[in-house]
Structures are given as structure tokens and as C-alpha cells.
Design a protein. Structure first.
Length: 400
């Protein structure tokens, strides 16, 4: 058997506990990264107003000039690698904007923006299982919850601090375990919902854990206490804010764990997975269901299915959101005129009694298999309104 030559890259995220000196150094780095990003964005915006184009190389030259000024001399106190990476991230943001894949880049906020710094190989040392960042004399105290792939070396390290005060380090490595699985004839249609998180075309229903509802009382209490604190940068308000953030973090961790397990199971068991191309952002405008839809995290679930299907050589098919999966009889193909949300079971004129969600999953599977066999086209960009009647997520295959 030949050895794979094109391995997938995968990020491994760990929690770590910095010393006071390391925490202070990283906090300074976060601030400098934010400063450089905002200054470069302002420079590019001003140049654009003058009908000039500024690229990464020019912003890199600006960074060198900024470091030589007395006002910005403190930029020399931190590693230059995260600062250069901030300029590269800005370049990517502009590329996405001009490619109509994203909105115009926004300035980073000291309070609201994610606190992170990215280091490439020249900005860290990884030896004998110890990671030491530039400008630091001691390695980070990482909690190795799982080992890195054997023999792999991180190509990029990202350090971050979340709103709950937890420090994380993410290492990007080649993972030899990510490789197309053995092909199978199994296929499944997946209908997402609120009463049941997932309903499969096999008839299986997966309960909705409702992670946010479990902690809703604790969260509401913490939020009320936060609202009573005097606004500003006081210590008491900061503690109350962090307590709210910790509850949100626990909810998000449980939700993410559930979605990872479900998406991995579906991708490993089936060659073709068919889902519905839902407009989740539009659905969130329904204030009655917005909280429940957010808690279900359908968009996050789809994202996981997409990249895992690419990893393991599976096929993900997204059927158009206007496809009448609930109103169509999966037995005879008769289309019902109306199907209100409160109707959970119904009987077709052909005599078949349907469970609404199971019937929808079966119809999605049938439509998705037609796309997979006939090749009805590729999945459009998510920003495309309407989309096509049936679309396919193409998965690149790597030869062993």
C-alpha cells in the first residue's frame, strides 16, 4: 500500500495555563496585533478613497516605518510574527471582500473582538512535547487532552483568550489519520428540527438536547446581576461579565461536542449525506423561534458535515430550501396544498400515513440521490439567494 503524499491539515486545540509573565506578554501581543490591524485597515481605506490600491507588501513596509516612530516603538517589544500575520489576515479579508464572499473589513474592538495571535514556524519552538513562543523563556503549560499525530510538527500556532478567561493554543498539523474512507453504498437524508434535532430517512430520530434551556435559569440570574453593576471598567462588573461568559462557554462546549459526534457518525456511516439548504439567518428573524434555532446550531452542524465530508471522501448534497420535502408524499409523489407546522402526522390520498419529519427526510434523500447520480450541479455560494432546485457539495478525492 502506497503512503499518502497529500495529507490533510487539522487544528488541535488545547487549554493551557500561562504564568503571570506569559499572560502579560500575550496580552501585550494581542493589543499590538489589534493596533497593527486597525492602522493597516485605516491606511488601506484612506488609500482606497484616493483611488489607490495598497497590498500586503506595502502595509508590511508601513509596519516597519511605524516601529521606528517614538509613538509606536512599543511594537518592537512583542514578536514581529503575529504582527505580520495580522497584515496577512487583513489581505485575506480584502480578497474575500473583492471576491464578494464577505463584507468590507471592520476595525477590531478592544472589548468585543477575539483576542488571539498567530505564530508561524519562525515564531515558536516545539521540541519534546514542549511549546515555547517567541519572546518567552519558558514553555507553555499545556494540558494535553489528546496527543498530536505521531511524528507531526505544528506549522502554525494560534494562542487565544476567550471571554470566560480561558487560554487556548491551537496547533495546525498534518494528520495522516484523515484520509478517504472505504466507499459504501449507504446514503441518508437528514431533516433538522427543534422537537428532534435530527430525523433520518431510516426513521431514526435524535433528540434535541436543548443545551441552552438546561442553563437558562443560571444564565438569567447571572445576566441580571451583571445588569445591576455600574457600567464601566470596574472589577465587580468584570467579574460578573466573566461569570456570564463562563455559562455561555459551557453551553457552547456541550453543543459543539454533540454536533461533532453526530456529524462524524453520519459521515463515517454513509457515502452520501443529504441535507436541506436552509436560510438560517433569515429564520432567526422569527423572534418566537430564534432562541431555539440558535441553540440547535443548524449552520454549525452543516459546516462540520462539509469539511468532514471533504476529509473522508464522502459526498454532501444540499437540496434547495424551496423543495417541498414536508408536503410531498414519499410513497406516491402527491403534493399537498398546505402543511401547517402543527401537523406532525398526515395521511395521503394513497392511504399512506406519514410522520412529517421522517417523510421529509425520505424526500430529501430521494432528491439528493438524483443529484448525486445525474449531477444536477454544484452547491452555490451561501450568499446566493434562492439557489438551485438541487445542488451537490463536490468532494475532492485524493489518490492513495
Amino acid at each position: 500500500m502506497s503512503v499518502p503524499t497529500n495529507r490533510a491539515k487539522r487544528a488541535f486545540k488545547y487549554r493551557f495555563y500561562p504564568t503571570d509573565v506569559q499572560a502579560a506578554e500575550l496580552s501585550r501581543t494581542f493589543g499590538c496585533v489589534r493596533k497593527v490591524y486597525n492602522m493597516a485597515l485605516a491606511a488601506r481605506t484612506a488609500a482606497w478613497a484616493r483611488q489607490e490600491r495598497v497590498n500586503y507588501n506595502q502595509t508590511s513596509a508601513l509596519l516597519t516605518a511605524w516601529k521606528k516612530t517614538e509613538e509606536l516603538a512599543y511594537l518592537n517589544e512583542v514578536s514581529s510574527v503575529p504582527l505580520q500575520q495580522a497584515l496577512r489576515h487583513l489581505q485575506v479579508a480584502f480578497a474575500n471582500f473583492f471576491g464578494k464572499r464577505a463584507k468590507y473589513p471592520r476595525f477590531k474592538s478592544r472589548k468585543k473582538s477575539r483576542k488571539s495571535a498567530e505564530y508561524t514556524t519562525s515564531g515558536f519552538r516545539f521540541r519534546a512535547g514542549e511549546l515555547t513562543l517567541a519572546k518567552m523563556s519558558e514553555p507553555l503549560a499545556i494540558v494535553w487532552s489528546r496527543p498530536l499525530p505521531e511524528g507531526s510538527q505544528p506549522s502554525t500556532v494560534t494562542v487565544s483568550l476567550d471571554a470566560a478567561g480561558r487560554w487556548f493554543v491551537s496547533m495546525l498539523c498534518e494528520d495522516p489519520g484523515v484520509w478517504p474512507l472505504t466507499a459504501t453504498d449507504a446514503a441518508v437524508g437528514v431533516d433538522v428540527g427543534l422537537d428532534h434535532l435530527l430525523t433520518l430517512s431510516t426513521g431514526e430520530k435524535i433528540a434535541n438536547p436543548r443545551h441552552e434551556r438546561r442553563d437558562r435559569a443560571r444564565l438569567a440570574l447571572a445576566q441580571r446581576r451583571l445588569a445591576k453593576k455600574a457600567k464601566g471598567d470596574g472589577a465587580n462588573r468584570a467579574k460578573a461579565r466573566q461569570k456570564v461568559a463562563k455559562i455561555h462557554a459551557k453551553i457552547a462546549d456541550r453543543r459543539r461536542d454533540t454536533l461533532h459526534k453526530l456529524s462524524s457518525r453520519l459521515v463515517h456511516e454513509n457515502q452520501v449525506v443529504v441535507i436541506e439548504d436552509l436560510a438560517v439567518r433569515t429564520m432567526l428573524k422569527n423572534h418566537t423561534l430564534a432562541r431555539a434555532i440558535s441553540d440547535a446550531a443548524w449552520a454549525q452542524f452543516r459546516t462540520m458535515l462539509e469539511y468532514k465530508a471533504t476529509w473522508y471522501g464522502r459526498e454532501l448534497v444540499a437540496v434547495d430550501r424551496w423543495f417541498p420535502s414536508s408536503k410531498l408524499c414519499s410513497a406516491c409523489g402527491t403534493l399537498q396544498n398546505k402543511m401547517p407546522l402543527h401537523v406532525r402526522t398526515w395521511t395521503c390520498d394513497c392511504g399512506t400515513t406519514h410522520d412529517r419529519d421522517v417523510n421529509a427526510a425520505k424526500n430529501l434523500l430521494a432528491a439528493g440521490l438524483a443529484v448525486s447520480v445525474c449531477g444536477a450541479g454544484v452547491r452555490p455560494q451561501r450568499s446566493t439567494p434562492g439557489g438551485r432546485s438541487a445542488v451537490k457539495q463536490k468532494t475532492p478525492r485524493r489518490e492513495p
